[in-house]
Design a protein around this ligand. Structure first.
Ligand code: BGP
Length: 466
């Protein structure tokens, strides 16, 4: 029997986001964000036509939900403040209903000994700002700075762990290259400008936090997807994997932790003549305001090979994958519902990379989880979903987290995605991730899953044995 015991005060918990959990109610004063608008325009794009207005209705259920988080052993929990809830127009007047809601939510977490981890931006740009060009417009950066500062002033007396953004590369990729987020463009030039503005926005929020002398830490949450070359002994595959890594990982990782953009990425962008618009002071702001703490979302690796497929002939819109091809590795383990490869050792490789190349910055696993369709078929006689596959998934990753910690990685916790089943953007409620079921057919009734019981034990014992 092997025992995996984690360091003292390890963070055990889960993550969600405001737009994926709260829902909208007639008296809540929330403004539209890009998801609300997109759903109004094109509801057919959303799985089963379920939009951001419904989600898990945590806005009304949060007290009950916090009891369930407690019952599943949470000592910490991440959500995000919805920008469009606090500032219905993105800037200007604060919505008092939002202030009351987030105050009650945070206080309830604290009263139940659950440390709130609060993120500011989780893919949810207020529509009023999108109408003025969104992240392409520098005004959005300034509006974000103001929004961040307001959050610190309103809630910073109680919240000790802040995050500027969740997965900032995702709105860049899916909003401006691969058409999964609004405004659904395919434009590398715009993607680069939006990426730059997002990085600057994060640094300005960090600056505001430090200037406010709040008592806590501020970080960012990045989806790090290690890039593995098809053949590590083939220099062309290795080079291709490095470029993919520069675009999708180091772009925000280097900025957030080291305060500068990766040289190889800058070289590519220069050669494309796509250096974004910026002001001379911006680079100093970015350099001086790096994060205290890094949250890591890990789901899947990225397998890469040297470019084999020919580039389309003119007119050709440049894309990151002009420099590499995706490698479909035979016999890989797959989560068929999400189509993502499951490669547990990736979590170890990330932590060791941070140890060796990023000053061993304090970090924690901020999301890791398995989305499964139609979990109803796993319901046992007592009426509970017996999601043993999810328990196995967690354990298989936790063994590697444990190993990395034993080898000196500075990993302070493990948060799963998600505590409660929540709304997954275009996938809506197709795949369920929760430790706790949300039954949409029964008025969003909550029910613990087997994985919830496992998680309670994991947290109570600060580890597991097998
Ligand atoms: C992460 C996001 C989450 C969440 C999760 C699961 O990238 O931070 O918001 O949605 O992935 O992915 P999905 O919902 O696409 O299945």
């Amino acid at each position: 029997m092997t025992h995996y015991t984690f360091p003292k005060h390890f963070f055990w918990g889960s993550a969600t986001s405001g737009p994926q959990s709260e829902g909208r109610f007639p008296d809540d004063g929330k403004g539209d964000n890009t998801w609300d608008y997109w759903f109004q325009q094109e509801p057919h794009r959303f799985h089963n036509g379920i939009g951001p207005d419904k989600t898990s209705q945590l806005y009304k259920h949060f007290r009950e939900d916090i009891q369930l988080l407690k019952a599943t052993g949470h000592n910490s929990f991440r959500t995000s403040i919805q920008w469009s809830r606090l500032f219905p127009k993105g800037t200007g007047e604060v919505n008092p209903e939002a202030v009351a809601f987030y105050n009650n939510y945070i206080d309830e977490l604290l009263a139940n000994n659950i440390e709130p981890f609060i993120n500011l931006y989780h893919f949810d740009l207020p529509m009023a700002l999108q109408e003025k060009g969104g992240w392409l417009n520098r005004d959005a950066v300034l509006a974000f700075e103001h929004y961040a500062k307001t959050c610190f002033e309103l809630f910073g007396d109680r919240v000790r762990y802040w995050f500027t953004q969740n997965e900032p590369i995702v709105p860049v990729e899916y909003g401006y290259l691969y058409q999964g987020h609004y405004p659904c463009e395919v434009n590398l030039n715009h993607a680069i400008q939006v990426g730059f503005h997002s990085a600057l926005a994060s640094s300005l929020a960090i600056k505001a936090y430090r200037e406010g002398k709040h008592d806590g830490q501020i970080g960012i949450i990045l989806n790090l997807t290690p890039s593995y070359p098809r053949d590590p002994s083939n220099p062309k595959d290795v080079k291709a994997a490095q470029i993919a890594d520069a675009f999708f990982n180091r772009s925000f990782l280097d900025v957030s932790v080291k305060g500068h953009f990766p040289k190889d990425l800058v070289k590519i962008i220069k050669a494309l003549n796509m250096i974004p618009d910026y002001q001379p002071k911006d680079l100093a702001i970015i350099q001086q305001h790096t994060v205290d703490l890094l949250g890591i979302n890990y789901y899947q690796p990225r397998r890469i090979k040297a470019k084999e497929t020919p580039l389309p002939t003119n007119p050709h819109i440049p894309m990151p994958d002009d420099y590499f091809d995706y490698y479909d590795m035979p016999n890989k383990k797959i989560n068929p519902y999400r189509g993502w490869e499951i490669y547990e050792k990736g979590i170890y490789d990330i932590l060791i990379n941070l140890r060796d190349h990023y000053g061993n910055i304090p970090c924690f696993i901020a999301e890791n989880g398995m989305g499964v369709e139609n979990e109803n078929r796993y319901r046992n006689e007592a009426g509970y979903i017996n999601d043993q596959y999810r328990i196995d998934f967690y354990k298989d990753h936790l063994r590697y987290v444990h190993q990395a910690i034993t080898e000196g990685a500075n990993c302070l916790g493990y948060h799963v995605w998600a505590g409660l089943d929540c709304w997954s953007w275009l996938n809506s409620y197709k795949n369920r991730y929760g430790l706790i079921e949300v039954d949409l057919s029964q008025n969003a009734q909550r029910r613990m899953k087997q994985s919830g019981l496992f998680f309670k034990q994991l947290s109570t014992q600060n580890g597991f044995s097998d």
